[in-house]
Design a protein around this ligand. Structure first.
Ligand SMILES: *Cc1c(COP(=O)(O)O)cnc(C)c1O
Length: 415
């Protein structure tokens, strides 16, 4: 199932680095606690040097030969295979390209082509908006006879699966609540209905050991810049189960997805494998930063990271409870660890002010409209001490009502 021999137990094995060693590999700001790795992962210390080498040696000196000699041309697939190990995909099924949004477009269009006679894209209300926006754009492009978005409450998802559903699209960890969907169950239901399934792993890749091949997932997408720490705007990834490769009929049929790009032939013919999801030239500098960042995961089993993540989120919820904070803040995240990703979300009527007051006090969390404060825990670099600091900080902000401070009224473009 995985591309290389890796420890599978949830305990640290002698082959795995300690969590202190892993944390040491990150360049984290002194005196602050970073709990936003679910939005922008922290930077591993070795990345700047790798990018320097790429700029000075590969670009400035080796110049165009780098496409071959420095392996630039294969970087989307090489990096994809490394992510494949983290999501339980055998080599040759994951490629690092474009953004999550663009990858969803390609895969939804492919899914509709693979299920002729069915036109519905089924999804759950409350998932990350871009997924639905892309489906709406595709429906508009293809017209009502060929594509329709059906959005239902999560509890009604399975009941809404009928003969019209070509593909079910779902996020594994909800960005607002941190709730973890039951991937094996929903995948099996979609398949029993004759539908394909597309999972969005934006908030789960690198922290949940989901085993895409073992579950039999058809398609998936995920972010490079969240828990994978690939840097701002890092390329996303797309997974396509090998059973669909060779029939890769997707509309962004660019030259680098062609069977033989350098033949420069007049007509498009898709590459046989997952490479056909590539349209244009990959952003090598961004991709190299993501590839370098993935070194931190070497010799670490995702099951170990999951265990660490559960420890952090469980401790956090316990401490919130003990501090009486769950009376003033509403816990939106499931208490059962099996139903939770690597974030904890609290609703507070002054959520924006609470977030800003915490950041001001050195605990970096983030806010999602209308009133949600999110605490993201990266098992690679967050510690139980970080948990304690965050709870103490929140307790003080609430008790002293720092969220009412006039300095925290302004809301910038990015929240
Ligand atoms: C962060 C996130 C995205 C981001 O998509 P991009 O197109 O890469 O900006 C998409 N889906 C979910 C669920 C996310 O959390």
């Amino acid at each position: 199932m995985t591309s290389s021999a890796q420890p599978t137990s949830g305990k640290l094995t002698s082959a795995e680095p300690s969590f202190e060693t892993l944390r040491e590999r990150f360049d984290l700001p002194e005196g602050r606690v970073y709990l936003d790795g679910n939005s922008l992962g922290a930077m591993p210390r070795h990345v700047p040097q790798r990018i320097q080498d790429l700029l000075h040696q590969q670009w400035a000196t080796d110049l165009i030969s780098s496409w071959n000699t420095n392996g630039w041309i294969d970087l989307p697939q090489r990096t994809g295979n490394r992510i494949g190990r983290l999501v339980g995909a055998a080599p040759g099924q994951v490629i690092c390209v474009d953004s999550v949004s663009v990858n969803i477009f390609k895969l939804l269009a492919l899914a509709l082509n693979l299920r002729p006679g069915r036109k519905v894209i089924l999804t759950a209300e409350g998932d990350f908006p871009t997924d639905s926006y892309i489906a709406q754009g595709l429906a508009q492009l293809l017209g009502q006879e060929r594509c329709e978005l059906r959005r239902v409450p999560m509890t009604e998802l399975e009941a809404a699966m009928d003969d019209d559903v070509a593909v079910v699209m779902l996020t594994q960890v909800n960005y607002r609540t941190g709730e973890l969907a039951d991937m094996p169950r929903v995948t099996a239901s979609a398949h029993a209905n004759g539908s394909l399934i597309l999972w969005d792993l934006a908030h789960s890749a690198g922290v949940i050991d989901m085993g895409l091949d073992a579950v039999g997932v058809d398609m998936a997408v995920g972010c490079g810049y969240k828990f994978l720490n690939g840097g701002p705007g890092a390329p996303a990834f797309a997974y396509l189960n090998s059973r669909y490769q060779g029939q890769l009929d997707q509309p962004l049929s660019g030259w680098l997805g062609h069977r033989d790009p350098f033949a420069f032939s007049a007509d498009y013919e898709p590459a046989p494998g997952v490479a056909a999801l590539q349209a244009g030239t990959p952003p090598i500098i961004s991709l190299a930063a993501l590839d370098a960042s993935l070194d931190v995961f070497d010799n670490v089993a995702v099951a170990t990271l999951r265990e660490r993540s559960v420890l952090l989120t469980s401790t956090f919820i316990d401490r919130l409870e003990q501090a009486g904070l769950l009376k003033t803040c509403k816990l939106l995240t499931p208490r059962m660890a099996e139903r939770r990703g690597s974030q904890v979300s609290l609703a507070h009527e002054q959520g924006w002010g609470v977030t800003q007051a915490m950041i001001d006090a050195g605990v970096i969390v983030d806010f999602r409209a209308p009133n949600i404060v999110r605490f993201g825990f990266s098992p690679l670099y967050n510690t139980v001490d970080d948990v304690e600091t965050a709870v103490d900080c929140l307790e003080k902000v609430i008790r002293e009502e720092h969220f009412l401070d006039a300095r925290f009224v302004h809301r910038p473009k990015v929240t």
